[in-house]
Design a binder for this molecule. Sequence first.
Ligand SMILES: [Zn+2]
Ligand SMILES: [Zn+2]
Length: 295
Amino acid sequence: VASGFFRKLLGSRDRLPRAFADAIAELDELARTRPSLADSARMLRDILPALHDDTQPTPHAQLTAESAHARLADGIPLLRGLQLDCDAATLRERWLAVCAAVERHPPGKPASALIRAVRTGAVSVAELLMEVLAGRPEGVASRAETLGIDAPLTATILRLTCLPLLAAVAAGLEPLRRQCAWDHGFCPVCGSWPLLGEFRGLEQARTLRCGVCAASWDFPRIRCPFCDTHDPHQLGYLHAEGEQDRWRAATCDACRGYVKMVACLDALPLPRLLVTDVATMHLDLAAADRGHFVG
Ligand SMILES: [Zn+2]
Ligand SMILES: [Zn+2]
């Protein structure tokens, strides 16, 4: 019997918002023109509709303006250690939908163990989310290992499952955030390292984007988000031939970190943020080949 969530999901496929429709068109084009990315593009295409849900009320983060400002001034992400009053049933259903999409796409790793873990109640998605917000992503990995499920896959499915919820929370916190400076390489909302960065508009100012809550924050061009090095001799770029104006990886020789940078006119909407991450996977491989790693 289809649950309410799945009925909603099936019913909403034909009327996805413009940003999702654009992202799906971009994934179709990627699958057609870049055979090495075709499997990843098709998988994300299948996952995306599960990430659209505008029917859930956004949980309100219990933060006063005063405590938000104090946190940001102290370099503490806004959601660190906060309880989010989220709808556990919706998270659970979305987890199952994302796992099912992953399973449909070989060589995607089998997600049946993750489906079972949540169905039997061995894992609670809301509890895993609390580990992330507490600044303990390693807690998710150790929970997965205890249950004998794939830890990196668990982290990816958890990130995608919670993204719509956290993006809505982050958007709600935007007015509070705009009043305060943030001078760190990790996300001011959830504390994660950036998924990628944008060189926006004609000015090409650098903005980092979080892949866990989709927040964006400005960050100097000549500085490493991971170790704060600003020695230009340690910082560099990697790019494929002819692509340097569009996609690059900003690398740091001091900590061996890197962050992918993309040129865009405006902030990438949430679905296109995920598409761009897939479209630039060749930069992840090139960076890894040269001994660079994220975070
Ligand atoms: Zn974040
Ligand atoms: Zn560094």
